[in-house]
Every structure is written in structure tokens, then in C-alpha cells.
Design a protein. Sequence first.
Length: 317
Amino acid sequence: MSEAIRLGVSACLLGREVRYNGGHQLNRYLTDTLGPFVEYVPVCPEVETGMSIPREPVRLVGDVGSPRIVGRRSGEDWTDRMRVWTGKKLGELAKEDLCGFVFKAKSPSSGMARVKVYPPEGGQPRYDGRGFFAGMFQDRFPRLPVEDDGRLNDARLRENFITRIFTMKRWRDTVEKERSVGSLVQFHTRHKLLIMSCSVEACRKLGKLVAQAGEIDLGTCLDSYLGQLIQALQLKTTTKKNVNVLQHILGYFKKELTGDEKQECLDLVEAYHKELVPLIVPITLMNHYVRKYGKDYLAGQVYLHPHPLELKLRNHP
């Protein structure tokens, strides 16, 4: 990649003491594990809107689709100030070349989903709101990968998010270097098995689009490809989908593998299918045979190495 991935993040998750009580919500995975591979762009909507540290906590009140953000005790209304600030901030973030954003879960400003929204007359809240800033961010940048710190505790969701931000970075690098049918073909070729691991049907549709790239406007084609790619990668991979891809990879070794080598691969794929070993185990063996038998096509497949091994994302069943 040309440079580090730029990733927006709620500032408190980096250990910055910006919360209402003067504390933070340091997330060690973000700082210690993912941190070496990204460049963070921290944001704290409350502080940047003008709220003090410490401060009265705020909450969302009113209609879940367009709530107001007000002080819990005083009822002070921050809605207009935060809307003005968010509009300006989103304009600034549009220039940051972000490949994604990690929000603070359940925050009235930064929660991406499942945020409490209280009725104006009081009573029990709804739990289907979006944080004030996070909601406007997602509306402005609907294709950017987003997650919150709570969901990142789930190994599969974490891997899906990291895969999407690395893919977004590779896409950005590709189109910035050369906007051409050839570069699109090369990108799709490298990502084919990765897309297949999310959806075979999406892989077919994207393949057809690439095949027609020379017959339609290039800008329209690239935009359509990115939109469909983002939708495909949002579909979670499963053990069954990965087994299908692994068996597809084995098909490239029909003439090379010895009987024992083939059986070893089949045994490991089956062990993974039964969730006895993590995905990294058969993937490691596949990479070994890719190198041993000089399979250039497979060597270029992002699926076999979608992100740095240090992130340990394929170490779960």
C-alpha cells in the first residue's frame, strides 16, 4: 500500500480523557494491535462542539429518526450547535481520505446503532437510535466501513471490518494510480476469491460488470463496481463459504499435489469445517503449496493474505 490506512475513531478509544467524567475508554486492540498499521483521525463531537471536561452527560430525546441531544439534568439543548459543527466536520473529514471509522458504542453522539432515544415526556427509552454525529457521518459516507468498539469484540465482525478497510485502501490506491479498464480487471482478479468467500453470486455479478467495462463509461463502471463490492463485503463469511473457497483453491493443484499432499489438504479443510482448527491452519498450508508449485494466480489472491498476520484475525474457528 502507498501509505498507512487513515481511520477515523472516537477519541476516547485512543485513551484521550474527553468523556463527560474526565475519563477515557482506551481500547488496547485499536492502539496496540491495529495501531501500527493505521493512522488515526480522532474525533470527539461533544468536546469539539464546545462542551467542557468534565460535563453534564447528554442524551437523545424525541423522534428516533431526528432526535435532539440535550443535557440529562438541565435539559440544555445542544442540537443546533452540534448540527452546525457536524456539518463543518464532515466537510473536513471528506478531505482526510478515510478508509473507515470506529465509533464509541451506545454514545448519544457517536454510537452507530442501538443508541437510547428517550421520549420527550419521559419514560422508557427506545434502543434503535443512532448517535447524532455517527448518524450524519453514515449518511454522508454510506460506503465507508464503520464499526463500534463493542462489536469489535466479536472475532468474526472484527475480521470483516478489518478486511473491508484494507480492501478500501487497496481500491483507493488502484484508482489513484491508474483509472483504466486494465487496472479494474487486475483489482478484480486479485480479489475474486475474497469476494467469493462473502458471496458467490456477488462475485459472478462483479465479474460480468468487469467483462463489460470496455463497453460502458469508465467512471460509471468504477462507481458501480465499488458500490457492489462494498455490498458484497458486508455479507459475513461463514465456515461453509470458506470451505467452498478452499476446495476451489485445491482445484488449481490437480496435477501437482501428490496423493499424500492432497489428503493432508482435505483433512485440514475437513477439520476446519468441523471447527476443530481455525481458518489460518488450512490457509497456511495452501500458501505453502502456492509457493512450492509456483502458482502465480493464487499468489496474487488477496484471500490468502488479506491483512497482516500480526492482526491474528483468522485464529478463530
